[in-house]
Design a binder for this molecule. Structure first.
Ligand code: CO
Ligand code: ZN
Length: 334
């Protein structure tokens, strides 16, 4: 898991520019699936065919895009003004090193005459790539180029720290599940979606074309276990979560019950998750066509959308076990 996660979190792929991360994931899974293709939106769709004709068609989704900073303007002194791709908070990006697709790197800073840093907005910030003039900067970057955090993954005991755990941790869980699932009666359609961070866009079209009987998203969720954090009944390392609700979806009761039942049967630790703010691909999947029974298994994650998101190895491994156990057994939503 460690090497895979380091590879995934170290690969470029902000929303709308997922090609590098898509290539890496395709390489990882292509020998373990029956079919694989990339759709118009850029979603990577891989199918493992069912062992019997009586199974369900299950869509499993993890988003491969990450948040980023998009260049909106280059001033005469070569400083880059930027806007957000997804949820970028000013306090999270101050004095962070960022990197563009071709390796050009910079540091994010802000207009220092500002009085109250709490009121800092992205339009008072800039990326400094060390250029001396607009002409110099233009040789390195262009309007519309997107930078992401530069933060190579670290590992300490069971904890992994790095950027883009949201949702490369989920991608790693799906990849390991693809490798682990044997003899599923179901047709399994694994989707590594694009543009989740800008509004669940890839999952929307993928769900329409796949037309699944059941949808399961795998994403990160917040925790409530850091000093004076907002109360939330999710702890890092206490197991993957079965989502009850977030701002994009209320989990289908039968799907939620199935996840809980399978976790208990297999003796896998799990936590129930109510996420007060934030959404995930299930938000789009469950509203596809005439509705798709949907649920989410989440990987608890501290400091989501910062340069150093923290996840736990056991939570990820237990998420793989739980998904595998669900997929290798009967799915009855009646
Ligand atoms: Co996110
Ligand atoms: Zn996410």
């Amino acid at each position: 898991m460690k090497e895979l996660l380091a590879l995934l979190t170290g690969t470029y792929g902000p929303s709308g520019n997922e090609e590098p991360i898509r290539k890496v994931i395709e390489e990882e899974i292509k020998n373990y699936v029956d079919e694989i293709h990339t759709d118009v939106m850029g979603n990577l769709i891989a199918v493992k065919k069912g062992a019997s004709g009586s199974g369900k068609k299950v869509m499993l989704a993890a988003h491969m895009d990450q948040i980023g900073l998009i260049v909106t303007n280059i001033d005469e002194n070569g400083f880059l003004r930027f806007s957000n791709i997804g949820g970028v908070s000013p306090l999270n990006v101050i004095h962070r090193r960022v990197v563009f697709q071709d390796g050009v790197t910079g540091v994010v800073s802000y207009e220092s005459e500002l009085e109250d840093i709490k009121n800092l907005k992205l339009n008072k910030m800039y990326i400094d790539i060390g250029a001396g003039s607009r002409e110099d900067a233009r040789k390195l970057v262009n309007i519309g180029d997107v930078a992401v955090y530069y933060a190579p993954m670290a590992c300490q005991e069971n904890r992994y720290f790095g950027c883009a755990m949201d949702d490369r941790a989920g991608c790693a869980v799906l990849i390991e599940t693809i490798k682990a699932v044997k003899n599923s009666p179901h047709e399994l359609v694994f989707v590594f979606t694009v543009q989740e961070e800008v509004g669940l866009r890839g999952a929307k079209t993928a769900a329409y074309s796949i037309n699944p009987d059941l949808g399961i998203a795998v994403d990160v969720t917040l925790t409530g276990d850091t000093p004076k954090s907002r109360p939330m009944a999710v702890n890092l390392g206490a197991g993957p979560t079965v989502k009850v609700k977030d701002s994009s979806v209320i989990a289908h009761p039968k799907v939620k019950e199935l996840m809980i039942r399978r976790a208990e049967e297999a003796g896998i630790p799990y936590q129930l998750e109510v996420l007060e703010a934030g959404g995930t691909d299930s938000g789009a999947i469950h509203l596809s066509r005439e509705g798709v029974p949907s649920g989410v298994i989440s990987v608890p994650c501290r400091y989501v959308h910062s340069a150093h998101e923290m996840v736990d190895k056991n939570d990820m491994e237990n998420a793989v076990k739980l998904l595998t156990f669900i997929l290798e057994n009967e799915i009855n939503l009646g």
